[in-house]
Design a protein around this ligand. Structure first.
Ligand SMILES: NC(=O)C1=CN([C@@H]2O[C@H](COP(=O)(O)OP(=O)(O)OC[C@H]3O[C@@H](n4cnc5c(N)ncnc54)[C@H](O)[C@@H]3O)[C@@H](O)[C@H]2O)C=CC1
Ligand SMILES: O=C(O)C(=O)COP(=O)(O)O
Length: 539
């Protein structure tokens, strides 16, 4: 597999990918057409905040399986486009949290004590001691906007340095804030009014873009603002003006609306605004950690294992994965068979779980069932985009679970319908691993889901099985196995054949010409992981 890395990550991450036998190409600072051509044959793309992973990138990268973000923020990645293209987006949300929190603390001190300004003047030979009278953090109030991983680490550190903590985050509980000795306020304004120092730790979202602008700066008043989260959350011209005219005492910014920061940015001209070039995550420990975590996620995606920090794929619990893994292929197969036997436009899909499997988180299994249904309809589909495709096409998806199962330890049933008629296919695992289709449209069967299959509905009359065998033989189709199920003697029956090759259309027509045959459906499972596994076993 080819991994394209377009922002510098630690060698440990590159090594991990190479050791696993993958080709790793680094192409730092590529953008535009150059990026589109570099990504064209990549199976994974690894980025930090420097690469704009737009919809065009996904359109240009038809073999892409995963975009790994070696860090936290994914605002530079078009996740909807990734989902539309069935590409996993995964970040590394833990490894750089402490680094970002420490940088925030450093920036608060740097602003409060004018460290960079004094440093520059001293280097220039000026002993400007009397120009700087700083502010202590001890006994002051820190307003924290966004109380997630980084916000909480900042609270720990600055709380221990004697600051009172006021938090604004509409998505956390009072208890959570309490655990950090912080007071949760309901309005941003309350946080701004109370704070002497303000630090921002939200993602950049439509809701947080421009969240701190003229009015908020006015409300905040004479204090210090630190932003080590994302550019665009604070209105830059408004901040430059507020610090310039003394409304706000000072600011320290690590992140900018446009990066790299333009040299004519209004921020650059204001002495009491301190700037660093997005260094929050740039420590050796953080970079090593996020690079290795990202490499692990890329490898998991390549191996079709759960990608733990996937942001747009069905969630999977790492410990439970071995228990659900065999059902992923089974649900996909059941979905494929159901769609092909049904043969009509599908507007409803139900994936039902009976027995032990019902105790598990089956999001990924359900998504695979949907994938199976959609694949014969020739949609570009995988477990990442299947739920989204269903929603987009107005297909009703339901998941049902029952811990009871009369005949099987675990049973997965995919039912497809068009609002009037429906058809169900159930599968189980024999001996915990061998996939078997055990029910089709209510008939009890025992079919190995494998390669090419033929499902025939026929009247239970003498000679039918001979007829099918002869017609298939005449068309050079070898029968590997068959199973016949009937409702009542002489009534309707259903026969399932495993075949060594595809059924030609003329063979299907010849069968349908006999009035003992009610219908035939040919099924192809070739692309299926379970089928491949069985093929290998057969070899
Ligand atoms: N400067 C740098 O190098 C680094 C920057 N970051 C950035 O720091 C930010 C925070 O990262 P994490 O703490 O890991 O994220 P997180 O997802 O753990 O926390 C974000 C918090 O923001 C809150 N939030 C969301 N919308 C909000 C709103 N409208 N008002 C108030 N709170 C809101 C959420 O409820 C959540 O608690 C991100 O933007 C991330 O990209 C992270 C690491 C390094
Ligand atoms: O992890 C984040 O959100 C960061 O902002 C770090 O960005 P970087 O990896 O240094 O480009």
């Amino acid at each position: 597999m080819k991994v394209l890395v377009t922002d510098p990550i630690a060698d440990a991450g590159l090594e991990r990918l190479r050791e696993a036998g993958h080709e790793v190409e680094t192409a730092y600072d590529v953008a535009g057409e150059e990026l589109l051509s570099a990504v064209a044959d990549a199976n994974a793309l690894v980025v930090r905040s420097g690469t704009d992973v737009s919809r065009e990138v996904f359109e240009a990268a038809s073999d892409l399986v995963i975009v790994g973000r070696a860090g936290i923020g994914v605002d530079n990645i078009d996740i909807d486009a990734a989902t539309d293209h069935g590409v996993i987006v995964a970040n590394a949300p833990e490894g750089n949290v402490r680094a970002a929190a420490e940088h925030t603390v450093a920036m608060a001190f740097a602003a409060a004590r004018s460290i960079p300004q004094a440093h520059v003047r001293l280097k220039a030979g000026e002993w400007a001691k009397s120009d700087y009278l700083g502010t202590e953090v001890n006994g002051k109030t820190l307003g924290i906007v966004g109380f997630g991983r980084v916000g909480q680490e900042v609270a720990k550190r600055l709380g221990n340095l004697g600051m009172d903590l006021v938090v604004y985050d509409p998505y956390i509980s009072e208890e959570r804030a309490d655990q950090f000795g912080a007071e949760l306020v309901e309005e941003l304004d309350a946080c701004l009014t109370r704070a002497d120092f303000l630090t921002i730790h939200t993602p950049l979202l439509p809701e947080t873009r421009g969240m701190i602008s003229d009015d908020e700066l006015e409300t905040f008043g004479d204090g210090y603002i630190v932003n080590c989260a994302r550019g665009g959350i604070i209105d830059e011209p408004a901040l430059a003006a507020a610090v310039e005219d003394g409304t706000v005492a000072g600011a320290a910014l690590d992140v900018f609306e446009e990066e790299p920061l333009a040299s004519d940015s209004p921020l650059a001209d204001v002495d009491d605004i301190i700037l660093t070039p997005h260094l929050g995550a740039s420590t050796e420990a953080a970079q090593e950690s996020v690079a290795v975590d990202t490499a692990e996620q890329v490898l998991a995606a390549f191996d079709e294992e759960p990608v733990l920090n996937a942001l747009n794929a069905p969630s999977v619990d790492e410990k439970a994965f071995p228990r659900i893994k065999p059902y992923i292929g089974l649900a996909e197969t059941a979905g494929k068979i159901a769609a092909q036997v049904f043969g009509e436009r599908v507007s409803e899909i139900e994936v039902a779980y009976d027995g032990d499997i019902a105790a598990e988180n089956v999001d990924l299994v359900t998504a695979s069932g949907l994938k199976g249904v959609f694949e014969p309809l020739e949609w570009q589909v995988n477990a990442v985009n299947a739920p989204h495709l269903a929603e987009e096409r107005g297909i009703d998806v339901t998941e049902k679970k029952s811990r009871q199962s009369a005949d099987f330890q675990s049973l997965v049933t995919v039912t497809v319908g068009d609002g009037e008629e429906s058809l169900s296919v159930s599968g189980t695992l024999f001996a915990g691993e061998e996939p078997r289709i055990v029910r089709i449209d209510g008939y009890r069967v025992d079919a190995v889901p494998h390669g090419h299959m033929l499902v025939a509905r026929n009247y239970d009359k003498p000679g039918v099985i001979g007829l099918i065998g002869t017609v298939l033989g005449d068309h050079d189709v070898n029968i590997a196995g068959m199973f016949n199920a009937r409702e009542t003697r002489g009534g309707e029956a259903l026969t399932v054949y495993n075949l060594d090759s595809a059924v030609p259309e003329e063979a299907a027509e010849a069968l349908l010409a006999d009035d003992r045959i009610i219908g035939v459906r040919t099924i192809v499972l070739n692309g299926d992981a379970e089928a491949r596994r069985l093929d290998l076993a057969a070899e």
